[in-house]
Design a protein around this ligand. Structure first.
Ligand SMILES: [Zn+2]
Length: 140
């Protein structure tokens, strides 16, 4: 017979059913942002946020958080353009000023950097934006 004073051992955080997440300590904005940046669920950090390159999963496979209410729209594209632009434009100007290469060389260098930089960053920035949106709605 067990004593009524002994409380049951709490479950590990990652196996808590979805309805019980609201009773857990709030997740910081930075943590939600980092989890999103890793393309993971901002609430548990385990389930994948995406089912494809940029298409969102319906819900977290670990904690069942529904991702549908969190729409990032064009914000990830704006941040991606901002970051890639701050790499490409100074790089192009510096290359022009120091080496003054032919135009085809500038194009051969900076068009692929722009294209692949954008394609590489966009899904991670979209995840970070979703994490930030999710966290910002937790305070309401
Ligand atoms: Zn989750």
């Amino acid at each position: 017979m067990t004593s009524p004073l002994i409380e049951p051992t709490p479950e590990p955080a990652l196996s808590v059913p979805a309805g019980r997440w609201s009773h857990m300590a709030p997740i910081s904005f930075g943590t939600a942002l980092k989890r999103g940046l890793r393309r993971r669920c901002p609430r548990c950090g385990q389930g994948s946020l995406f089912k494809g390159y940029l298409s969102m999963a319906d819900h977290c496979s670990n904690c069942e958080l529904a991702f549908e209410p969190y729409r990032s729209d064009d914000v990830p594209a704006y941040f991606t353009i901002l970051i890639v632009g701050h790499i490409v434009v100074p790089g192009l100007l510096a290359m022009e000023k120091t080496m003054h290469p032919a135009e085809w060389v500038q194009l051969a260098v900076w068009l692929p950097v722009t294209l692949f930089g954008t394609l590489a960053l966009l899904p991670f920035i979209k995840g970070a934006v979703i994490g930030a949106i999710w966290r910002s709605k937790q305070d309401k």
